[in-house]
Structure formats: C-alpha cells, structure tokens
Design a protein around this ligand. Structure first.
Ligand code: SF4
Ligand code: SF4
Length: 444
C-alpha cells in the first residue's frame, strides 16, 4: 500500500502514544565510572562465549574477557580497567541467573584495546573489516542481539544487493537512537558505509520515522553518495525487519523467510555506530547509549552506559524514582522484557530502562475472546491472533503451528488493542517455544 506521498506502508500495526518527549531534552550524558561492573557472558543469541579470565586477573579497559564460543557467538570485553573478582551468577534479563565476570575498577580507566584502529577502511579487504566486527563483539543493538558478523555472512546462494538501516525507533518511550543520530550523524554514516563495503552493496537506505524530522535532516546533510535517507510513516512496528524492508524497497519477505531471501541485510543505527568505533577507533563494544525513562523517573534522559552497569546504578543516574513503580522493563513497552530485579546489568542490547506506574500498565486477565476482530486488523503479519490464542489455551500447539504462529514476531500489537486484555503475546511466545522444542527433538 502507498500513502498520498507515495511511501509504502504495511497493513495492520498500531499507534500507541510515543511518550518520547520526556527523554529527548538533554544531550547524551556519559555515566561516571563505577567501582564495580558485572559483565554477563552470554549477551547474544547463540553459543555462550568461553571465559578467558579468572579471579585475581588484572584487565585493561577493552580487554577480552571471553572469546566467541562458536560461529553464532560473540566475545565480551571489559568496560574498564581493574581486577577480576570472579565469575558470579547474576540475575539475567531473561529471568534465570546467568554467569557474569565481576570486575573491580582500579580508577585508571585507560583503554588498552586488543584491536588496532584501521586507518583506511576504504581500501581494506572487506573480509578483514568483517572479522573486526566479530572481534569487537558487536551484536544487534536494537533488540535481538544477534551477532552482527553472522548477519554479514549470508550463504553464497543469497545475493545481497541492499543494506537497510533501521533508524525507525518505533518503540514508544525510547529515544537513544534518535539522540545518536542527532549528535553523531557523521560517525553513524561512516559505520553504515563500512557495513556497505563489507556486504559489497551499492544500495543503502536508512529508514527513519517521520516523527524525527531533525534526525532525518542531520543524516541527510551528512550523507555521502550512495546512502539515501528516507522518512517513513509513523506506525508501530515500522522498525520490524519485514515491515521496514517493504517500506524502503517494496520487497516482501516470504512467510518463514529472512531478509536475505529478498537480497537485504538489516542493521540498526546503534550497531552502525559500534561498527565505526570498532573499525576506525579500534574500540570493542563495551558501552552503549540507553534511554532511562518513564513517569516514575525523576530525570529521564539518555546515558552512555558501560555494559555490566547494574540497572539500580543506572536508575540513580536518572535521579532515582518517585512514587510507586509497577513495572521495570528492559527495552520499550511493546517488545521489552519486564524485570524481576534491578540488579540485572546493562547488556549490549539494552536500548532502554522503562519504569511504569501502577495506573500505566495493563493487567492481563483470562477473559474469553469476544470475537471483535481488532487483533486481526492490528496484526502486521496477517495472522489470526484470536484463533491462535484459543489453540494455545487448549494446548493445541499443532493447530497454532498450522496457523503460522512461528511467523509471529511478538510485536504486541494484538495484545495492545484487545478489549478483553487477553495475554496474546505471552501465549504466542509459549507456543513458539513448545514448537521449537518439538522440532529440536524431531531433528535429534
Ligand atoms: S504479537 Fe504476533 S500475532 Fe500479535 S500482532 Fe504481533 S505478529 Fe501478530
Ligand atoms: S482483540 Fe481480543 S477479544 Fe477481540 S478478537 Fe482478538 S482476542 Fe478476541
């Protein structure tokens, strides 16, 4: 479909209140050095990395703490210089405890990166640049934390001709990418150009929602030839890969398919900045810009936080909280993960910490479906959430599979519009986990 300006847009989706203004005012602030960091080893989708340090080891800022544990994996690096206290279990963002390297800072905070700056990346072999992205531990920073080097390594039979940059930041409340585009447009574009060189593509499109005209202008002013900046309709989930590719290229990723099936690779704008820093500055990924926001936060804003910063310390930076807090979420309200503990450390993909007051959250219940059809209209994947949810409630996972539950991207649009407050997304997450387990068992 097209709007009146000719911009392509996807069917379905929702338009929740943005609530972005509260964290957009101030510039990105560097968090002060802490006495202690706890760096979770498994920061990404794939195999856990193998620790290379032990209790008592001295480490420099940027030193390798753990190496990749396989092809789909990523190393982790020290956020400061200091001494390894040990490998401890900490609350993880997914719920269960997870191993982390605890580091006591020595206050020196001197960068001792194992990576050398690559001065002229424009004439460097793309394979070397790709290796650098892997060695720097870069993962998708927009949410999924998939190792970036793997995404840059499509199989030979998948011809990639377009790099698509996700600068939509369509999740309500989050403004970290917006601020990065405003404050560091040249570096973001350099990272994008490096990604394009690695992939060998001539066509690069950066998609920004039209509610960020200042970011569109900042990027357009600095964009070199070959990178086009395109405004997009404001509608959630505009930043989802399939919806983004359609809006920017008109290509439709088939059901069950991947962007590479239509010749595209998608990367996030924060990831592009990390790529620039890894290649040009020789800096591994050990810090990121994170939005700390929500009505209970005294001073909402965007901070450059080191990976391994306990969330409780990050909240202190934002002036602490006022009033009652009903929910702490890593990420945004639609796709973020509710947290049980504020001891969970910042990860490479922590785009935001959102606090919500009791009157701002939806209490999901077990009311029956009233067959209003609103979820069907809202689903950007053209699924039947009402039918799927009934199948899952009755543990009929084979029926859910037949109705394409594996194509659900867990965007939450259906749950957002459901007048019966049915926990639709939770149902689909459960069904996908059950079906994936069944498929793994069958493969064995
Ligand atoms: S969570 Fe899944 S079923 Fe619901 S709207 Fe999003 S893609 Fe559709
Ligand atoms: S929106 Fe809720 S009540 Fe309406 S059809 Fe979908 S699941 Fe049923």
């Amino acid at each position: 479909m097209n709007d009146t300006s000719g911009t392509l847009f996807f069917q379905g989706g929702v338009h929740p209140p943005g609530n972005k203004k509260m964290s957009l005012e101030a510039s990105i602030t560097d968090a002060p050095l802490l006495e202690k960091y706890v760096v979770v080893l498994r920061q990404h989708i794939g195999a856990p990395p193998k620790p290379l340090v032990a209790k008592g080891d001295k480490v420099g800022k940027g030193a390798l703490l753990a190496e990749a544990g396989g092809f789909v994996s990523a190393p982790v690096h020290s956020p400061t210089s200091g001494t390894v206290v040990g490998i401890v279990d900490v609350p993880g963002p997914m719920g269960p405890a997870t191993p982390a390297v605890e580091i006591e800072a020595d206050g020196e905070d001197k960068l001792e990166s194992p990576l050398k700056p690559i001065d002229d990346w424009r004439s460097t072999d793309p394979a070397e640049l790709k290796k650098r992205v892997g060695d720097a531990g870069i993962v998708g920073m927009g949410g999924a934390a998939f190792p970036t080097m793997v995404k840059l390594s499509p199989p030979p039979d998948k011809k990639i001709d377009a790099l698509v940059i996700n600068a939509a930041e369509c999740e309500p409340y989050l403004t970290a990418d917006h601020k990065v585009m405003l404050e560091r447009p040249t570096e973001v574009l350099e990272g994008i150009a490096i990604l394009a060189r690695i992939l060998g593509v001539q066509k690069t499109i950066v998609g920004v929602e039209n509610n960020k005209p200042d970011a569109i202008a900042a990027l357009a002013k600095a964009a070199p030839e070959g990178i086009s900046i395109q405004g997009m309709r404001v509608r959630y989930p505009q930043g989802a890969e399939k919806q983004l590719i359609y809006a920017l290229t008109g290509r439709k990723v088939p059901a069950g398919g991947l962007p590479m099936d239509v010749g595209c690779v998608v990367q996030n704008v924060g990831t592009a900045l990390a790529v620039k820093e890894a290649v040009v500055d020789g800096k591994p990924l050990f810090e990121r810009v994170t939005t700390i926001t929500g009505s209970p936060i005294v001073k909402p804003g965007n901070w450059r936080l080191r990976v391994g910063t306990p969330a409780a310390k990050a909240l202190e930076l934002a002036g602490g909280v006022r009033g009652e807090v009903a929910k702490v979420i890593f990420g945004g309200p639609m796709m973020g993960l509710a947290q049980k503990s504020i001891d969970v450390p910042i990860m490479k993909n922590t785009s935001g910490i959102l606090l919500m007051a009791p009157d701002e959250i939806t209490q999901f219940g077990s009311d029956p479906c009233i067959r209003c059809g609103k979820c069907v209209d809202a689903c950007p994947m053209n699924l039947l959430p009402s039918t799927l949810s009934v199948a899952v409630e009755n543990e009929k996972f084979d029926i859910a599979e037949d109705y394409f539950v594996m194509d659900c991207m867990e965007c939450g649009s259906c749950a957002y519009v459901c007048p019966a407050h049915r926990p639709l997304t939770q149902h689909f997450k459960r069904a996908k986990a059950e079906i994936a387990a069944k498929r793994r068992a069958a493969a064995k």
